[in-house]
Design a protein around this ligand. Structure first.
Ligand code: EPU
Length: 417
C-alpha cells in the first residue's frame, strides 16, 4: 500500500494549476450513454474514479480512451444495461448510469451503492423521481432494476437537494416524453456543467444552477464535445494549503465564482485572497483567526471543504465551531488530527476546535477522500514528519497531488511498502 511522507514547515510559494472537476467529469461521462455516438470530453482529471467510470462504460459496451486529459467515448455499441457490484462498490458515483441507461434503453440494473465511510447515503430520491417519470423499480438481491418503455415528463420535488439525484433525474428527463420540473434541485456548479453538456447534445434544459430545473424531453441527442469546469474543491484545498503554511501561491485555471462561500470564509480568517491573472492568489499571513462554519448545499459552504477547513482551524488563534449538516459521519479526520496534537471535541454533528500553536507530525490513516486532504494540509503545517497511510483515498480526487505540492516547495514523497 502507498503512503505519503510529508515533512512539514515549508511555506508554499509559486504557481499551481487546478485540474478538471471530478464531480462534473463523472456525470458528464455517464451522460454519453444517452446518445449512441462518438464523444469527446476535455479537461478531465486523471483520477482513479475517472478510470472506474471509464471501466463501467466499457463494461456496458462503450469504447473508452483517455489521453492528455481528454476522454473519447464511443457509445454506439452499448449492449449491457447492468452496473455490477464490483464496480459500484468502489465508486458510489456509478449510480449515475441509472438514469441514462433507463432513458436510452428502457432498462437498467445497478447495484445498490450501500453505505460508506461518511454516511448511509441512500438513493431513495433518485428512485422516487424515476418512478414519477413512469419507471417500474424493483429492489432485489442488492440491485435496483428499473424499466420503462419511455419515461414521461413529471413534476418532481426533492426533499433534499441531492447532487447526483438531480443529475440522474435531469439526464433521464432529457429523453422523456413531455416536460419534467425538478423542484428543490441541487444548484452545484457541477449540475450546471452537466446541463451545459447535455444542452450542447441537443437537450432542452432550463434553470440549472437555480432550484427549479425544467427539462423538455427530446427524441434523441447528438454527440458531445465539452470541456469540464475546474475543480472547486481542489482549488479550495490549495487555498487552505497556502493559508496553513503562511505561503503565497497563485492558483491557475480556477473559477473563483464557484467558491465564493469558501473564499469569503477563509478571508474572514485573515488569509488574503485576490483575483489574479487566470485564477487567484492566496497570501497566508500569520496565524489564522478562528471562525465558525456550517456546511450547506451550494451556494453554502461545501461539505467537501469541511475537513480541510478544520485542519486550518486546528492551528487558528481561538476556538471554532464547525457544524456538518450534509453527511452524518463526516468527522473521520478528527481522530487523526488529534494524533497530530489538534484539540477537537465532537458532539453529534458539531466539532469544537480549539486552535493550538502548531501541530506535530505523526503516523495517520486516511479514511475518505476529503479527510485525507485535511491530513495532507495538517502535515504541511506540522513540525516534523507525517506518514499518511491509505493514500488511495486521496488519489480518487486529487490529480498528481504530491507533484503539485512539490512544485510549490512542499517536502512530499510517495513511498511504497
Ligand atoms: N440523500 C438522501 N436520499 C437520496 C440522496 C441523498 O437522503 O436519494 C442525502 C444523503 O444521504 C446526504 C444528502 O442527501 O445526507 C446529500 O447527498 P447528495 O445526494 O447531494 O450527495 P451525492 O450526490 O451522493 C455528491 C458528491 C459528493 C459531495 C455531495 C454533497 C458526486 C459524485 N459526489 O454526492 O462528493 O460530498 O454531493 O455535495 O458528485 C467527494 O467528492 O468527496 C464527495 C463525497
Amino acid at each position: 500500500m502507498e503512503k505519503l511522507l510529508i515533512s512539514g514547515g515549508q511555506r508554499l510559494k509559486g504557481k499551481v494549476s487546478v485540474s478538471g472537476a471530478k464531480n462534473a467529469a463523472l456525470p458528464i461521462m455517464a451522460s454519453t450513454i444517452l446518445s449512441a455516438g462518438q464523444h469527446r470530453i476535455s479537461n478531465i482529471p486523471l483520477l482513479r474514479d475517472v478510470n472506474t467510470m471509464g471501466n463501467l462504460l466499457s463494461h456496458l459496451g462503450a469504447e473508452f480512451h483517455i489521453q492528455n486529459s481528454t476522454v473519447s467515448l464511443d457509445t454506439r455499441k452499448i449492449n449491457t444495461y447492468e452496473a455490477p457490484y464490483e464496480l459500484v462498490r468502489t465508486m458510489r458515483a456509478s449510480i449515475l448510469v441509472l438514469g441514462p441507461l433507463l432513458a436510452r434503453y428502457g432498462q437498467a440494473k445497478v447495484s445498490l451503492p450501500g453505505g460508506c465511510a461518511i454516511g448511509a447515503r441512500p438513493i431513495n430520491l433518485h428512485l422516487m423521481g424515476l418512478e414519477k417519470m413512469g419507471a417500474v423499480i424493483e429492489l432485489e438481491h442488492g440491485y435496483v432494476t428499473a424499466r420503462a418503455k419511455r419515461l414521461t415528463g413529471a413534476e418532481i420535488y426533492l426533499d433534499i437537494p441531492t447532487v447526483t439525484g438531480t443529475e440522474n433525474l435531469m439526464m433521464a428527463a432529457t429523453l422523456a416524453k413531455g416536460t419534467t420540473r425538478i423542484e428543490n434541485a441541487a444548484r452545484e456548479p457541477e449540475v450546471t456543467d452537466l446541463a451545459d453538456a447535455l444542452n450542447s447534445m441537443g437537450a432542452r434544459i432550463h434553470g440549472a444552477g437555480d432550484s427549479v430545473i425544467t427539462i423538455e424531453g427530446v427524441d434523441e441527442l447528438g454527440s458531445l464535445e465539452h470541456q469540464v469546469i475546474p475543480d472547486r474543491i481542489e482549488t479550495g484545498t490549495f487555498i487552505v494549503a497556502a493559508g496553513i503554511t503562511g505561503g503565497d501561491i497563485t492558483i491557475e485555471n480556477a473559477k473563483p465564482e464557484h467558491l465564493e462561500s469558501v473564499i469569503a470564509k477563509i478571508q474572514e480568517t485573515g488569509i488574503q485572497i485576490e483575483k489574479a491573472d487566470r485564477g487567484i492568489r492566496v497570501i497566508g499571513s500569520t496565524r489564522p483567526i478562528a471562525k465558525d462554519v456550517k456546511t450547506m448545499p451550494y451556494p453554502g459552504f461545501p461539505t467537501d471543504m469541511q475537513a480541510q477547513f478544520m485542519a486550518l482551524m486546528a492551528i487558528a488563534d481561538g476556538t471554532s465551531i464547525i457544524r456538518e449538516t450534509i453527511f452524518e459521519n463526516r468527522f473521520m479526520h478528527v481522530a487523526e488530527l488529534r494524533r497530530m496534537g489538534a484539540d477537537i471535541t465532537i458532539e453529534g454533528s458539531t466539532a469544537t476546535v480549539k486552535g493550538v500553536k502548531s501541530l506535530k507530525g505523526a503516523p495517520v490513516m486516511a479514511t475518505d477522500l476529503r479527510a485525507s486532504a485535511s491530513l495532507v494540509l495538517a502535515a504541511l503545517s506540522a513540525e516534523g514528519e507525517t506518514i499518511i497511510d491509505r493514500v488511495y483515498h486521496l488519489d480518487r480526487g486529487y490529480e498528481a497531488i504530491e507533484h503539485k505540492l512539490r512544485q510549490l516547495g512542499a517536502n512530499v514523497k510517495r513511498i511504497k511498502e
